[in-house]
Design a protein around this ligand. Structure first.
Ligand code: ADP
Ligand code: MG
Length: 240
């Protein structure tokens, strides 16, 4: 479903992606791990068109991701993204946050968007908070709303960029539980995370990125328990 081939990206003189390749089949969960500054967010941002890339190619279901308006529009509706910071609209209710995209971008009827939105809020355990405002929710609840908002666009894949890193430790579990359920439902996901327990349990594959290059990848158990590369071993020793 997602094919990233040898992409390169520089900011000025600084080459931050040095030929990154990544394949994600439908229904697969791939975790991307690596030190801060290794290029994890840039990879995700290139995949969903938030950032351009200088060389290589990215295909989503066979269609090339580039910076034409048509490509960007297609991406917005097909590939969801969940960030570390939830970026909910502060002056809209939880349900309005979830239905905004479907109504204004996907041109769904408000009634249909509302019905779907309520079902998704139920799925993330927040049906009873539909008319609350974001500031009335905990960080974990807000992130679950952000996941429901992403699902409301009926994406074919969702990219998660450290979705639990901004949360108090006691709120991490509820967000990971929602992500685990999504994975079990067959959602195609790329997850940048430092939650190695989650990666081990949920990921089909783990890719370790270092200085803009994937230096090791394989089945989650293999990469996380018996890493071959010295840089992976060193990174895992520090995070676990
Ligand atoms: P990670 O998510 O793994 O921490 P990033 O993808 O955010 O890494 O960043 C990779 C490198 O690219 C870092 O050195 C970062 O400073 C640099 N970088 C990211 N975005 C920009 C930008 N918009 N302008 C300049 N440098 C950037
Ligand atoms: Mg990042």
């Amino acid at each position: 479903m997602i094919a990233v081939r040898e992409i390169r990206k520089s900011f000025g003189e600084h080459e931050v992606l040095k030929g990154v390749s990544l394949q994600v089949a439908q229904g697969q969960v791939v975790c991307l791990i690596g030190p801060s500054g290794s290029g994890k967010s840039t990879v995700l941002r290139c995949i969903n068109g938030l950032e351009s890339y200088d060389a290589g190619e990215i295909l989503i279901e066979g269609q090339k991701v580039d910076n034409t308006a048509a490509s960007i529009h297609r991406l917005r509706t097909r590939v969801g993204m969940v960030f570390q910071r939830f970026n909910l609209f502060p002056h809209r209710t939880v349900l309005e946050n979830v239905t905004e995209g479907p109504i204004f971008v996907n041109k769904e009827s408000p009634a249909a968007a509302r019905e779907h939105g309520l079902a998704l809020l139920d799925k993330v355990g927040l049906a009873q908070r539909a008319s609350s405002y974001p500031h009335q929710l905990s960080g974990g609840q807000q992130q679950r709303v952000a996941i429901a908002r992403s699902l409301a666009m009926r994406p074919q894949a969702i990219l998660f960029d450290e979705p639990t890193s901004a949360l108090d430790p006691e709120l991490v579990g509820e967000v990971l539980a929602v992500m685990r359920a999504l994975a079990a439902d067959g959602m195609t996901m790329i997850v940048v995370t430092h939650e190695m327990g989650f990666a081990k349990e949920v990921a089909d594959r783990v890719c370790f990125l270092h200085s803009g290059a994937i230096v090791e990848e394989g089945p989650a158990q293999q990469v996380l328990e018996t890493p071959q590369h010295a840089r992976t071993q060193d990174f895992l020793r520090r995070v676990i």
